[in-house]
Design a binder for this molecule. Structure first.
Ligand SMILES: [Zn+2]
Length: 208
C-alpha cells in the first residue's frame, strides 16, 4: 500500500465488532471505526472519556456477519462537582450585564476538578472573547463554560461554530440575572454533538 493510504489506515483503523465478546477499547487516544451488523460506528478515545457512537445504520438488506455495535459513553472522572457549577454561576452573576467564559479542568492524577475563569478580552450581553486558560501537566479541559448573561441558555450558531471540531463538553448558563437560571449542556465530538445532563450528584449522562 502507498504511504499516504497506509498512514490514514493506521491513524483511523477499521475493526469488525465481535459477536461472542464485548469490543476491546481502542488503545491510546484517537479515533477508530467499528463495523457491526447494525451499522458503522465511530469510537473516540480521549484522555477523559471513551465514546462509541453510531455514524450510520444499515438497511435490512445488509446482512453482515459481525456482532452488533453498542453505543458507549464511559468517563474516567467520577462526576462534575456541583460546587464548580456554583462557582461558575457566581462568576456569571459578577460579570453581568456581560457574558463570561470559563473552564472545568480535570486532573487525571488527583481526579480533582477545578474551575478556571477565562480572562475576558471583549464582552457584552451577547458576546464574549477571552484568553484561553493554561493547563498544567495531566490536566484536561473537560467542560467549556460560558454565560448568556440575561438571555436564555441555548447553543447559538456562534456556539456551534466555536464548538465545531472540538472534543469536550459545553455548558451554557442563561438568565443569570434572575433566580431561574437556565442551562444547556452537551458533548461535542468532532462534528457531532450529543445532549448530556448532570444530575444532583454531579453524574454526567450522555444521550448517544
Ligand atoms: Zn453561547
Amino acid at each position: 500500500m502507498n504511504d499516504f493510504d497506509k498512514a490514514i489506515a493506521e491513524a483511523f483503523p477499521l475493526v469488525a465488532a465481535p459477536k461472542k465478546e464485548p469490543l476491546d477499547a481502542r488503545v491510546g487516544s484517537g479515533i477508530r471505526y467499528v463495523v457491526g451488523s447494525n451499522g458503522l460506528a465511530r469510537e473516540v478515545m480521549l484522555p477523559f472519556m471513551r465514546v462509541v457512537h453510531m455514524v450510520s445504520g444499515f438497511g435490512p438488506k445488509v446482512n453482515l456477519p459481525y456482532g452488533a455495535v453498542e453505543p458507549v459513553a464511559e468517563m474516567w472522572f467520577e462526576g462534575i462537582p456541583r460546587e464548580l457549577i456554583r462557582e461558575f454561576k457566581q462568576a456569571a452573576v459578577d460579570a453581568l450585564p456581560n457574558e463570561v467564559a470559563g473552564a472545568f479542568i480535570w486532573d487525571e492524577c488527583s481526579n480533582d476538578f477545578r474551575f478556571a475563569k477565562r480572562e475576558t478580552l471583549v464582552a457584552n450581553g451577547g458576546y464574549v472573547s477571552y484568553r484561553e486558560v493554561k493547563l498544567e501537566k495531566g490536566e484536561h479541559l473537560v467542560v467549556d463554560v460560558h454565560s448568556h448573561a440575561s438571555h436564555p441558555a441555548f447553543f447559538s450558531s456562534t456556539d456551534d461554530k466555536d464548538d465545531n471540531g472540538s472534543m469536550k463538553f459545553s455548558l451554557v448558563l442563561g438568565n443569570v440575572d434572575t433566580p431561574s437560571v437556565s442551562s444547556a449542556f452537551r458533548l461535542n465530538l468532532a462534528g457531532y454533538t450529543f445532549p448530556a445532563s448532570i444530575d444532583a450528584d454531579g453524574n454526567v449522562e450522555v444521550k448517544l
